[in-house]
Design a protein. Structure first.
Length: 526
Protein backbone atom coordinates (compact mmCIF):
# COMPACT_ATOMS: atom_id res chain seq x y z
CA UNK A 1 0.00 0.00 0.00
CA UNK A 2 1.37 3.42 -0.94
CA UNK A 3 2.45 5.51 1.98
CA UNK A 4 1.23 9.12 1.98
CA UNK A 5 2.69 11.58 4.46
CA UNK A 6 1.83 15.31 4.52
CA UNK A 7 4.35 17.57 2.87
CA UNK A 8 6.39 19.25 5.58
CA UNK A 9 7.71 22.12 3.50
CA UNK A 10 6.52 23.94 0.42
CA UNK A 11 8.16 26.36 -1.92
CA UNK A 12 6.94 29.91 -2.05
CA UNK A 13 6.69 31.39 -5.58
CA UNK A 14 10.09 33.03 -5.07
CA UNK A 15 11.86 30.02 -3.59
CA UNK A 16 13.90 27.77 -5.91
CA UNK A 17 14.06 24.87 -3.44
CA UNK A 18 11.68 22.61 -1.56
CA UNK A 19 13.09 20.90 1.55
CA UNK A 20 11.11 17.90 2.75
CA UNK A 21 11.58 16.76 6.34
CA UNK A 22 11.02 13.07 5.79
CA UNK A 23 10.38 11.12 9.03
CA UNK A 24 13.22 8.65 9.11
CA UNK A 25 11.86 6.13 11.59
CA UNK A 26 11.13 2.39 11.46
CA UNK A 27 9.26 0.74 9.93
CA UNK A 28 8.86 3.48 7.34
CA UNK A 29 12.47 3.34 6.18
CA UNK A 30 15.07 0.63 6.01
CA UNK A 31 18.28 2.15 7.40
CA UNK A 32 20.61 -0.61 6.23
CA UNK A 33 19.78 -3.36 3.77
CA UNK A 34 21.34 -6.77 4.59
CA UNK A 35 23.56 -8.31 1.92
CA UNK A 36 21.50 -9.61 -0.98
CA UNK A 37 18.37 -7.70 0.07
CA UNK A 38 17.11 -5.13 -2.40
CA UNK A 39 16.92 -1.57 -1.10
CA UNK A 40 13.36 -0.29 -1.00
CA UNK A 41 12.31 3.15 -2.24
CA UNK A 42 9.37 4.47 -0.26
CA UNK A 43 6.50 6.38 -1.95
CA UNK A 44 5.80 9.85 -0.63
CA UNK A 45 2.92 12.03 -1.87
CA UNK A 46 3.66 15.67 -2.71
CA UNK A 47 1.82 18.49 -4.43
CA UNK A 48 4.16 20.75 -6.40
CA UNK A 49 3.21 22.69 -9.50
CA UNK A 50 5.22 24.90 -11.87
CA UNK A 51 2.39 27.45 -11.85
CA UNK A 52 2.97 28.27 -8.19
CA UNK A 53 6.27 26.65 -7.14
CA UNK A 54 9.81 27.17 -8.33
CA UNK A 55 11.08 30.19 -10.24
CA UNK A 56 10.43 31.35 -13.80
CA UNK A 57 13.05 33.55 -15.48
CA UNK A 58 13.41 34.96 -19.00
CA UNK A 59 16.69 35.43 -20.82
CA UNK A 60 16.44 36.64 -24.40
CA UNK A 61 14.12 34.33 -26.30
CA UNK A 62 14.13 31.55 -23.68
CA UNK A 63 11.90 31.02 -20.66
CA UNK A 64 13.35 28.86 -17.87
CA UNK A 65 11.75 27.33 -14.79
CA UNK A 66 13.74 25.63 -12.04
CA UNK A 67 12.94 23.83 -8.80
CA UNK A 68 15.23 21.81 -6.54
CA UNK A 69 13.72 19.13 -4.28
CA UNK A 70 15.89 18.07 -1.35
CA UNK A 71 15.24 15.37 1.23
CA UNK A 72 17.91 15.54 3.96
CA UNK A 73 19.24 12.08 4.75
CA UNK A 74 18.13 10.51 1.46
CA UNK A 75 20.64 8.72 -0.73
CA UNK A 76 18.32 8.16 -3.68
CA UNK A 77 15.43 10.23 -4.91
CA UNK A 78 13.04 10.08 -7.85
CA UNK A 79 10.05 12.20 -8.80
CA UNK A 80 6.68 11.18 -10.22
CA UNK A 81 5.80 13.77 -12.84
CA UNK A 82 3.04 14.96 -15.12
CA UNK A 83 4.66 17.01 -17.89
CA UNK A 84 2.67 18.97 -20.48
CA UNK A 85 4.93 20.33 -23.18
CA UNK A 86 4.60 23.17 -25.67
CA UNK A 87 6.51 23.38 -29.00
CA UNK A 88 10.22 23.68 -28.29
CA UNK A 89 9.91 22.83 -24.58
CA UNK A 90 12.32 20.55 -22.72
CA UNK A 91 12.29 19.11 -19.22
CA UNK A 92 15.46 17.99 -17.48
CA UNK A 93 14.75 15.86 -14.43
CA UNK A 94 17.70 14.16 -12.82
CA UNK A 95 19.31 12.14 -15.59
CA UNK A 96 16.21 12.12 -17.77
CA UNK A 97 15.36 14.49 -20.61
CA UNK A 98 11.74 14.82 -21.71
CA UNK A 99 10.82 16.65 -24.90
CA UNK A 100 7.11 15.93 -25.12
CA UNK A 101 4.15 15.54 -22.81
CA UNK A 102 4.32 12.55 -20.50
CA UNK A 103 2.16 11.48 -17.58
CA UNK A 104 3.31 9.90 -14.32
CA UNK A 105 6.90 9.57 -15.42
CA UNK A 106 9.36 8.50 -12.71
CA UNK A 107 12.84 9.84 -13.28
CA UNK A 108 15.99 7.78 -12.90
CA UNK A 109 17.25 7.61 -9.34
CA UNK A 110 19.94 10.20 -8.81
CA UNK A 111 21.86 8.64 -5.93
CA UNK A 112 21.72 11.93 -4.01
CA UNK A 113 19.39 13.72 -1.64
CA UNK A 114 18.55 16.36 -4.25
CA UNK A 115 16.83 16.23 -7.60
CA UNK A 116 16.84 19.26 -9.91
CA UNK A 117 13.93 19.93 -12.25
CA UNK A 118 14.45 22.42 -15.10
CA UNK A 119 12.06 23.35 -17.91
CA UNK A 120 12.98 25.55 -20.86
CA UNK A 121 10.78 26.83 -23.66
CA UNK A 122 10.68 29.63 -26.24
CA UNK A 123 9.62 32.92 -24.67
CA UNK A 124 6.81 33.16 -27.20
CA UNK A 125 4.22 30.42 -27.38
CA UNK A 126 3.15 29.83 -23.78
CA UNK A 127 4.73 28.03 -20.85
CA UNK A 128 4.94 24.26 -20.41
CA UNK A 129 3.41 22.82 -17.26
CA UNK A 130 4.83 20.41 -14.72
CA UNK A 131 3.10 18.80 -11.76
CA UNK A 132 5.06 16.71 -9.25
CA UNK A 133 2.68 14.32 -7.51
CA UNK A 134 5.00 11.98 -5.66
CA UNK A 135 8.54 11.01 -4.72
CA UNK A 136 10.43 7.77 -4.28
CA UNK A 137 12.80 8.09 -1.33
CA UNK A 138 15.44 5.73 0.03
CA UNK A 139 18.33 6.13 2.46
CA UNK A 140 20.64 3.83 0.48
CA UNK A 141 21.75 4.28 -3.13
CA UNK A 142 19.39 2.64 -5.58
CA UNK A 143 21.52 3.43 -8.62
CA UNK A 144 23.13 0.10 -9.61
CA UNK A 145 26.75 -0.23 -8.60
CA UNK A 146 27.78 -0.37 -12.22
CA UNK A 147 26.09 2.95 -12.94
CA UNK A 148 27.94 4.72 -10.14
CA UNK A 149 30.93 4.89 -12.45
CA UNK A 150 31.75 8.32 -13.78
CA UNK A 151 30.74 9.40 -17.24
CA UNK A 152 33.87 9.79 -19.30
CA UNK A 153 34.50 12.98 -21.23
CA UNK A 154 35.63 12.23 -24.74
CA UNK A 155 38.36 14.84 -24.39
CA UNK A 156 40.05 12.69 -21.73
CA UNK A 157 40.49 9.92 -24.31
CA UNK A 158 41.13 11.96 -27.42
CA UNK A 159 43.81 10.56 -29.74
CA UNK A 160 44.87 11.47 -33.28
CA UNK A 161 43.39 8.16 -34.41
CA UNK A 162 39.91 8.51 -32.88
CA UNK A 163 39.47 12.27 -33.25
CA UNK A 164 38.15 12.09 -36.83
CA UNK A 165 35.34 9.80 -35.67
CA UNK A 166 34.54 12.12 -32.77
CA UNK A 167 34.16 14.89 -35.33
CA UNK A 168 31.61 12.71 -37.17
CA UNK A 169 29.42 12.36 -34.06
CA UNK A 170 26.67 14.89 -33.38
CA UNK A 171 23.80 15.37 -30.96
CA UNK A 172 20.39 15.46 -32.66
CA UNK A 173 17.00 16.64 -31.46
CA UNK A 174 14.13 15.04 -33.37
CA UNK A 175 11.31 17.56 -33.22
CA UNK A 176 9.79 17.48 -29.76
CA UNK A 177 10.22 13.74 -29.40
CA UNK A 178 13.76 12.62 -28.61
CA UNK A 179 17.38 13.52 -28.21
CA UNK A 180 19.79 11.00 -29.71
CA UNK A 181 23.30 10.74 -31.08
CA UNK A 182 24.14 10.30 -34.75
CA UNK A 183 27.18 9.84 -37.00
CA UNK A 184 27.98 11.43 -40.34
CA UNK A 185 28.88 8.33 -42.34
CA UNK A 186 30.93 8.04 -45.50
CA UNK A 187 29.11 6.92 -48.66
CA UNK A 188 28.99 7.07 -52.43
CA UNK A 189 25.26 7.65 -52.75
CA UNK A 190 25.44 10.74 -54.98
CA UNK A 191 24.49 10.49 -58.64
CA UNK A 192 28.10 11.23 -59.57
CA UNK A 193 29.46 8.74 -57.04
CA UNK A 194 30.27 11.51 -54.57
CA UNK A 195 29.32 11.47 -50.90
CA UNK A 196 26.08 12.94 -49.61
CA UNK A 197 25.57 14.36 -46.07
CA UNK A 198 24.08 11.19 -44.59
CA UNK A 199 23.56 10.82 -40.84
CA UNK A 200 23.03 7.36 -39.37
CA UNK A 201 21.20 6.93 -36.06
CA UNK A 202 18.66 4.61 -34.40
CA UNK A 203 15.26 3.92 -35.91
CA UNK A 204 13.62 4.31 -32.51
CA UNK A 205 14.71 7.96 -32.47
CA UNK A 206 11.98 8.71 -35.02
CA UNK A 207 8.75 10.20 -33.67
CA UNK A 208 6.26 7.30 -33.88
CA UNK A 209 3.31 9.69 -34.11
CA UNK A 210 4.34 11.20 -37.45
CA UNK A 211 5.64 9.97 -40.80
CA UNK A 212 9.42 9.45 -41.12
CA UNK A 213 9.61 12.38 -43.55
CA UNK A 214 8.19 14.71 -40.90
CA UNK A 215 10.61 13.41 -38.26
CA UNK A 216 13.52 14.06 -40.60
CA UNK A 217 12.33 17.57 -41.47
CA UNK A 218 12.24 18.45 -37.77
CA UNK A 219 15.78 17.30 -36.97
CA UNK A 220 18.19 19.80 -35.41
CA UNK A 221 21.88 18.85 -35.35
CA UNK A 222 24.44 20.10 -32.82
CA UNK A 223 28.12 19.82 -33.74
CA UNK A 224 31.20 19.98 -31.52
CA UNK A 225 29.31 19.87 -28.22
CA UNK A 226 32.44 19.15 -26.22
CA UNK A 227 34.07 20.27 -22.97
CA UNK A 228 37.69 19.89 -21.78
CA UNK A 229 38.77 16.85 -19.79
CA UNK A 230 37.82 17.34 -16.13
CA UNK A 231 35.00 19.78 -16.86
CA UNK A 232 32.04 18.89 -14.57
CA UNK A 233 29.62 19.51 -17.41
CA UNK A 234 30.55 16.10 -18.86
CA UNK A 235 27.71 14.53 -16.85
CA UNK A 236 25.37 17.53 -17.10
CA UNK A 237 22.32 16.46 -19.08
CA UNK A 238 21.28 20.06 -19.75
CA UNK A 239 24.62 21.40 -21.05
CA UNK A 240 23.76 21.34 -24.74
CA UNK A 241 24.67 25.02 -25.09
CA UNK A 242 28.35 24.06 -25.40
CA UNK A 243 27.91 23.19 -29.10
CA UNK A 244 29.94 25.16 -31.65
CA UNK A 245 27.71 24.82 -34.70
CA UNK A 246 24.18 23.72 -35.52
CA UNK A 247 21.97 23.09 -38.49
CA UNK A 248 18.41 21.98 -39.08
CA UNK A 249 16.31 19.94 -41.45
CA UNK A 250 16.89 16.64 -43.21
CA UNK A 251 15.27 14.20 -45.62
CA UNK A 252 14.29 10.64 -44.75
CA UNK A 253 16.36 8.19 -46.79
CA UNK A 254 16.24 4.70 -45.27
CA UNK A 255 15.10 2.90 -42.14
CA UNK A 256 14.75 -0.66 -40.95
CA UNK A 257 13.03 -1.22 -37.62
CA UNK A 258 14.32 -4.74 -37.03
CA UNK A 259 17.93 -3.52 -37.12
CA UNK A 260 17.09 -0.17 -35.48
CA UNK A 261 18.81 1.87 -38.21
CA UNK A 262 17.65 5.23 -39.55
CA UNK A 263 19.47 7.11 -42.30
CA UNK A 264 18.68 10.73 -43.14
CA UNK A 265 20.23 13.22 -45.54
CA UNK A 266 20.90 16.66 -44.11
CA UNK A 267 19.71 19.71 -46.03
CA UNK A 268 23.33 20.62 -46.62
CA UNK A 269 26.87 19.91 -45.51
CA UNK A 270 27.85 21.17 -42.05
CA UNK A 271 29.41 24.61 -41.84
CA UNK A 272 33.16 24.89 -41.57
CA UNK A 273 33.11 25.65 -37.84
CA UNK A 274 31.47 22.25 -37.26
CA UNK A 275 34.81 20.67 -38.27
CA UNK A 276 32.85 17.54 -39.16
CA UNK A 277 34.14 14.29 -40.62
CA UNK A 278 32.73 11.46 -42.71
CA UNK A 279 33.36 8.32 -40.63
CA UNK A 280 34.65 5.28 -42.45
CA UNK A 281 32.85 2.00 -41.79
CA UNK A 282 33.37 -1.75 -41.66
CA UNK A 283 30.27 -3.65 -42.71
CA UNK A 284 31.85 -7.08 -42.87
CA UNK A 285 29.55 -9.59 -41.22
CA UNK A 286 31.94 -10.67 -38.50
CA UNK A 287 32.75 -10.12 -34.84
CA UNK A 288 35.00 -7.14 -34.05
CA UNK A 289 38.47 -7.85 -32.75
CA UNK A 290 40.35 -6.02 -30.00
CA UNK A 291 39.16 -2.96 -28.11
CA UNK A 292 36.03 -1.27 -29.44
CA UNK A 293 34.85 2.19 -28.42
CA UNK A 294 31.77 4.37 -28.59
CA UNK A 295 31.44 8.16 -28.81
CA UNK A 296 28.09 9.62 -27.85
CA UNK A 297 26.05 12.29 -26.11
CA UNK A 298 24.01 11.26 -23.08
CA UNK A 299 20.82 13.33 -23.11
CA UNK A 300 21.99 16.87 -23.73
CA UNK A 301 25.41 16.23 -22.19
CA UNK A 302 28.68 17.06 -23.96
CA UNK A 303 30.48 14.36 -25.91
CA UNK A 304 31.23 11.21 -23.90
CA UNK A 305 33.30 8.06 -24.42
CA UNK A 306 33.22 4.36 -23.60
CA UNK A 307 35.49 1.47 -24.54
CA UNK A 308 35.88 -2.21 -23.75
CA UNK A 309 38.05 -5.13 -24.83
CA UNK A 310 35.15 -7.57 -24.32
CA UNK A 311 32.14 -8.04 -26.58
CA UNK A 312 29.40 -10.61 -27.13
CA UNK A 313 28.15 -11.19 -30.67
CA UNK A 314 24.67 -12.51 -31.50
CA UNK A 315 23.26 -13.35 -34.91
CA UNK A 316 19.63 -13.32 -36.08
CA UNK A 317 18.60 -12.22 -32.60
CA UNK A 318 15.04 -13.20 -31.59
CA UNK A 319 14.13 -14.38 -35.11
CA UNK A 320 12.09 -17.52 -35.61
CA UNK A 321 14.53 -20.30 -36.55
CA UNK A 322 12.12 -21.86 -39.03
CA UNK A 323 10.63 -18.84 -40.80
CA UNK A 324 13.23 -16.17 -40.08
CA UNK A 325 10.41 -13.78 -39.24
CA UNK A 326 10.77 -11.15 -36.55
CA UNK A 327 7.96 -11.25 -33.94
CA UNK A 328 9.30 -8.17 -32.16
CA UNK A 329 10.14 -4.60 -33.09
CA UNK A 330 13.89 -5.20 -33.00
CA UNK A 331 15.37 -8.42 -34.33
CA UNK A 332 18.85 -7.48 -35.52
CA UNK A 333 20.71 -9.73 -37.93
CA UNK A 334 23.93 -8.97 -36.06
CA UNK A 335 24.15 -7.51 -32.55
CA UNK A 336 27.27 -6.62 -30.57
CA UNK A 337 26.96 -6.23 -26.79
CA UNK A 338 29.88 -4.29 -25.33
CA UNK A 339 30.68 -5.26 -21.75
CA UNK A 340 31.38 -1.98 -19.94
CA UNK A 341 32.13 -3.74 -16.64
CA UNK A 342 34.91 -5.92 -18.05
CA UNK A 343 38.46 -5.37 -16.86
CA UNK A 344 40.00 -2.58 -18.88
CA UNK A 345 36.67 -1.01 -19.87
CA UNK A 346 36.05 2.73 -19.62
CA UNK A 347 32.87 4.79 -19.31
CA UNK A 348 29.26 3.91 -19.95
CA UNK A 349 26.20 4.88 -21.97
CA UNK A 350 22.99 6.42 -20.69
CA UNK A 351 19.67 7.84 -21.87
CA UNK A 352 20.14 9.97 -24.98
CA UNK A 353 23.04 7.87 -26.27
CA UNK A 354 20.76 5.96 -28.64
CA UNK A 355 21.88 5.99 -32.23
CA UNK A 356 25.53 6.65 -31.42
CA UNK A 357 28.28 4.78 -33.18
CA UNK A 358 30.46 1.84 -32.17
CA UNK A 359 33.96 1.95 -33.67
CA UNK A 360 36.48 -0.82 -34.19
CA UNK A 361 40.11 -0.91 -33.13
CA UNK A 362 40.80 0.12 -36.73
CA UNK A 363 38.64 3.23 -36.12
CA UNK A 364 35.84 2.20 -38.46
CA UNK A 365 32.11 2.52 -37.78
CA UNK A 366 30.48 -0.81 -36.86
CA UNK A 367 26.92 -0.13 -35.70
CA UNK A 368 24.32 1.98 -33.88
CA UNK A 369 23.51 1.93 -30.16
CA UNK A 370 20.06 0.50 -29.53
CA UNK A 371 20.07 0.31 -25.74
CA UNK A 372 21.71 -1.45 -22.85
CA UNK A 373 21.37 -3.18 -19.52
CA UNK A 374 22.35 -1.66 -16.18
CA UNK A 375 22.12 -3.91 -13.13
CA UNK A 376 24.12 -4.73 -10.01
CA UNK A 377 26.43 -7.21 -11.70
CA UNK A 378 25.96 -6.66 -15.45
CA UNK A 379 26.31 -3.62 -17.63
CA UNK A 380 26.58 -3.58 -21.38
CA UNK A 381 25.74 -1.37 -24.35
CA UNK A 382 23.93 -3.11 -27.19
CA UNK A 383 24.76 -2.10 -30.77
CA UNK A 384 23.05 -3.25 -33.96
CA UNK A 385 25.79 -3.81 -36.52
CA UNK A 386 25.41 -2.37 -40.00
CA UNK A 387 27.02 -5.56 -41.33
CA UNK A 388 23.85 -7.47 -40.57
CA UNK A 389 21.72 -5.02 -42.54
CA UNK A 390 24.15 -4.55 -45.41
CA UNK A 391 22.72 -7.01 -47.92
CA UNK A 392 19.79 -8.64 -46.12
CA UNK A 393 18.11 -5.30 -45.35
CA UNK A 394 19.54 -3.32 -48.27
CA UNK A 395 21.68 -0.78 -46.43
CA UNK A 396 24.61 -1.41 -48.75
CA UNK A 397 22.55 -0.48 -51.79
CA UNK A 398 21.81 2.88 -50.18
CA UNK A 399 25.31 3.80 -49.03
CA UNK A 400 27.08 2.24 -52.02
CA UNK A 401 24.54 1.98 -54.86
CA UNK A 402 27.19 1.45 -57.55
CA UNK A 403 28.86 -1.37 -55.65
CA UNK A 404 26.59 -2.69 -52.86
CA UNK A 405 29.06 -5.46 -52.01
CA UNK A 406 31.75 -2.97 -51.05
CA UNK A 407 32.00 -3.33 -47.27
CA UNK A 408 34.83 -1.14 -46.19
CA UNK A 409 35.63 2.53 -46.65
CA UNK A 410 37.97 4.95 -44.96
CA UNK A 411 36.81 8.25 -43.59
CA UNK A 412 37.33 11.59 -45.30
CA UNK A 413 36.85 15.32 -44.91
CA UNK A 414 33.46 16.47 -46.23
CA UNK A 415 32.91 19.64 -48.24
CA UNK A 416 31.67 22.40 -45.97
CA UNK A 417 28.78 24.79 -46.48
CA UNK A 418 29.84 28.42 -46.25
CA UNK A 419 27.93 31.03 -44.30
CA UNK A 420 24.93 32.50 -46.09
CA UNK A 421 25.31 36.04 -47.45
CA UNK A 422 22.60 38.19 -49.05
CA UNK A 423 22.91 41.39 -51.07
CA UNK A 424 20.04 43.43 -52.51
CA UNK A 425 20.60 46.72 -54.36
CA UNK A 426 18.53 49.21 -56.37
CA UNK A 427 19.87 51.10 -59.40
CA UNK A 428 18.34 54.27 -57.90
CA UNK A 429 16.48 55.17 -54.76
CA UNK A 430 14.74 58.29 -56.18
CA UNK A 431 13.13 58.37 -59.62
CA UNK A 432 10.36 60.26 -61.40
CA UNK A 433 7.14 58.69 -62.53
CA UNK A 434 7.66 57.05 -65.87
CA UNK A 435 11.25 56.14 -65.14
CA UNK A 436 12.40 52.63 -64.18
CA UNK A 437 14.45 51.10 -61.38
CA UNK A 438 16.33 47.79 -61.44
CA UNK A 439 16.70 45.57 -58.36
CA UNK A 440 19.64 43.16 -58.29
CA UNK A 441 20.32 40.48 -55.69
CA UNK A 442 22.57 37.55 -54.88
CA UNK A 443 22.13 35.00 -52.07
CA UNK A 444 25.20 32.79 -51.54
CA UNK A 445 24.82 29.47 -49.69
CA UNK A 446 21.06 29.98 -49.43
CA UNK A 447 18.29 27.47 -49.97
CA UNK A 448 15.41 29.62 -51.19
CA UNK A 449 14.30 33.26 -51.35
CA UNK A 450 10.91 34.97 -51.21
CA UNK A 451 10.08 38.60 -52.07
CA UNK A 452 8.00 40.69 -49.69
CA UNK A 453 6.69 44.22 -49.46
CA UNK A 454 6.26 45.99 -52.79
CA UNK A 455 7.05 42.81 -54.70
CA UNK A 456 6.07 39.20 -54.00
CA UNK A 457 6.71 35.61 -54.96
CA UNK A 458 9.54 33.12 -54.91
CA UNK A 459 12.81 34.38 -56.36
CA UNK A 460 15.93 32.62 -57.65
CA UNK A 461 19.08 32.82 -55.55
CA UNK A 462 20.43 35.53 -57.85
CA UNK A 463 18.92 37.77 -60.48
CA UNK A 464 17.50 41.19 -61.34
CA UNK A 465 14.10 42.71 -62.07
CA UNK A 466 13.10 46.08 -63.50
CA UNK A 467 10.05 48.08 -62.34
CA UNK A 468 8.35 51.31 -63.49
CA UNK A 469 6.13 52.12 -60.52
CA UNK A 470 3.74 55.09 -60.30
CA UNK A 471 4.22 57.98 -57.90
CA UNK A 472 4.69 56.84 -54.30
CA UNK A 473 7.10 55.21 -51.82
CA UNK A 474 8.08 51.57 -52.19
CA UNK A 475 9.84 49.05 -49.96
CA UNK A 476 11.30 45.94 -51.57
CA UNK A 477 12.34 43.12 -49.18
CA UNK A 478 13.99 39.78 -49.91
CA UNK A 479 13.83 36.98 -47.31
CA UNK A 480 16.20 34.00 -47.81
CA UNK A 481 16.71 30.86 -45.75
CA UNK A 482 19.86 28.75 -45.38
CA UNK A 483 19.85 24.98 -45.95
CA UNK A 484 21.33 24.45 -42.48
CA UNK A 485 18.89 26.73 -40.70
CA UNK A 486 18.82 30.47 -40.24
CA UNK A 487 17.51 33.28 -42.43
CA UNK A 488 18.36 36.77 -43.66
CA UNK A 489 16.34 39.73 -44.90
CA UNK A 490 17.48 42.70 -46.96
CA UNK A 491 15.34 45.73 -47.84
CA UNK A 492 15.74 48.70 -50.22
CA UNK A 493 13.42 51.73 -50.51
CA UNK A 494 12.54 53.60 -53.68
CA UNK A 495 10.66 56.93 -53.89
CA UNK A 496 8.85 57.93 -57.10
CA UNK A 497 7.99 61.63 -57.62
CA UNK A 498 5.94 63.55 -60.16
CA UNK A 499 7.92 64.45 -63.29
CA UNK A 500 9.62 67.85 -63.19
CA UNK A 501 9.48 68.38 -66.99
CA UNK A 502 12.22 68.79 -69.65
CA UNK A 503 12.98 66.77 -72.71
CA UNK A 504 10.78 68.87 -75.16
CA UNK A 505 7.90 69.48 -72.78
CA UNK A 506 7.14 72.72 -70.88
CA UNK A 507 7.60 72.82 -67.13
CA UNK A 508 5.01 74.35 -64.83
CA UNK A 509 7.42 77.21 -64.12
CA UNK A 510 7.72 78.20 -67.80
CA UNK A 511 3.97 77.96 -68.28
CA UNK A 512 3.48 80.32 -65.35
CA UNK A 513 5.95 82.83 -66.85
CA UNK A 514 4.18 82.73 -70.23
CA UNK A 515 0.81 83.23 -68.58
CA UNK A 516 2.11 86.24 -66.62
CA UNK A 517 3.57 87.82 -69.77
CA UNK A 518 0.28 87.44 -71.63
CA UNK A 519 -1.62 89.12 -68.82
CA UNK A 520 0.73 92.07 -68.75
CA UNK A 521 0.46 92.49 -72.53
CA UNK A 522 -3.32 92.69 -72.32
CA UNK A 523 -2.94 95.34 -69.62
CA UNK A 524 -0.77 97.44 -71.92
CA UNK A 525 2.27 97.11 -69.81
CA UNK A 526 4.40 95.50 -72.47
Amino acid sequence: MALSIPLHARASPAAPEVVIDYPWYAPLAKKAAPPGVKVIAFPYAVDLDSRRDGVWTTSGDVRRWALSIRVPGASSLAAELSFTAVPGAKLSAGREILLRSKQRYVTAHTGTETIMLVMTAPARGGDPHLAITGLRIADAPIVPKSSERQFESYDCHRTPENEPNARAVAEIMVGGYAMCSATLINNRAGEDGAARPLLITADHCKDPDVEPESSAQNIRVYWRAEVPCGDPRTGDYSALDVYQSEQSGARHVFSVASNDIWLVELNGWPREQANAWLAGYDARDQAPQGVVYGIHHGGAAPKQYLSSPKQYVYRNVYRDEQTGNCPYTYCPDLRVDVDTMAEGSIGQSWQGSSGSGLFSSEHLYLGTLQGGVHSDDVEYASYHAIGGAWTVRGLGGVLEPADPQRRRRDGEQPPFTGEMTLNLTASATLIESGQSVTLSWEAANAQDCVADGSWTGAKPLSGSETFSPPTGSYSYSLYCTAPLGGAMTRTVSVDVTEPTGGGGGLSWTLLALFAGAAARRRAGKI
